[in-house]
Ligand binder design. Structure first.
Ligand code: SF4
Ligand code: SF4
Length: 293
């Protein structure tokens, strides 16, 4: 079983169209939406919720104003500067900074600190016409630290193993932060979607550099390849130099945009030549790296 992630730069590069097509084309797989902040995969796969569990990410301290004697000892001892003194002199905890280390609870002479489990959101398992989907939902105000992504991937791998499936297809988070690292760590391959604009090429190079650190097999897709042919050629050259296969290039096509607006993937437009482009992405990728012949 192999884990393949679809990634791009900051967004708007057609990652969603590629993953929505692959979700339909790749057989025997489990889908994982690791782009928790923009859960596009659930939009394009019409999932039916099967189960959902509360997802927690550790504890935070909470100060009881009734018990607190305002001695300031907790604030002096919090290594994460997460004890806040209000204008009225009351003490509270900055839940975004608190690391749950319990030091404040230990040092408080008034027993005014309680530890509380933080609900960070939900992880969901859904049935789609194209296989099981694992996706998450962060509670308002909770940052995606990447831990939820790691957990969703574990659930996906478990499900694939249970069914003897060959693939876990992951919709990766954009950018280069914790979530991307959590999307990339330990995957077997990455399909990077870019487009011929300077900012997209910049993002492409950064994300590929990151993926190379993890020794991931990388293939490149150029979306909207005809909007700037000279930059498309530059991506070609660069991929060549870095010994990465260019899996396919997809021209700008208004029908794709319209299809996505109707929650359909490009392979449902019914244009065989277009569908073939998306099939090529997958076939070229596995032939380059995962074919045993
Ligand atoms: S639990 Fe640790 S990090 Fe959180 S407020 Fe207390 S001392 Fe600071
Ligand atoms: S150590 Fe306890 S009593 Fe002192 S300020 Fe902090 S919460 Fe209040």
């Amino acid at each position: 079983m192999k884990q393949i992630v679809i990634i791009s730069g900051k967004g708007g590069t057609g990652k969603t169209t590629v993953i929505s097509a692959l979700a339909r084309l790749v057989p025997d797989k489990v889908l994982v939406d690791a782009d928790v902040d923009a859960a596009n995969l659930e939009i394009v796969t019409s999932p039916e919720l099967e189960s959902s569990e509360i997802y927690t990410e550790g504890e935070i301290a909470v100060i009881s104003d009734d018990k607190c004697i305002r001695c300031d000892i907790c604030r002096q001892n919090c290594r994460f500067d997460s004890i806040i003194v209000g204008d009225d002199g009351s003490y509270s905890v900055d839940e975004h900074g608190c690391e749950g280390c319990r030091v404040c609870k230990l040092v408080c002479p008034a027993d005014a600190v309680e530890m509380q489990v933080m609900e960070s959101g939900f992880v969901k398992k859904s049935k789609t016409p194209y296989g099981m989907l694992f996706h998450g939902e962060l509670s308002a105000g909770r940052d995606n630290s990447g831990k939820m992504v790691t957990y969703l991937r574990e659930l996906g791998v478990e499900e694939a193993q249970k069914n003897n499936f060959d693939w876990v297809l992951i919709d990766g988070a954009p950018g280069i932060g914790c979530q991307v690292i959590a999307s990339l760590t330990g995957v077997d391959g990455a399909i990077v979607v870019s487009e011929p604009t300077l900012s997209a090429i910049h993002d492409l190079k950064r994300v590929v550099e990151l993926a190379s650190h993890f020794h991931i097999k990388i293939g490149v897709v150029i979306n909207k390849s005809d909007i700037n042919l000279s930059l498309t050629r530059e991506i070609h050259r660069w991929a060549d130099e870095n010994k990465m296969p260019l899996l396919e290039q997809i021209p700008l096509d208004k029908r794709i945009v319209n299809a996505m607006a109707e929650r359909k993937s490009p392979v449902e437009i019914g244009d065989d030549a277009l569908t073939k482009l998306y099939e090529n992405i997958w076939n070229n990728f596995i032939e380059t790296y995962f074919s045993h012949h």
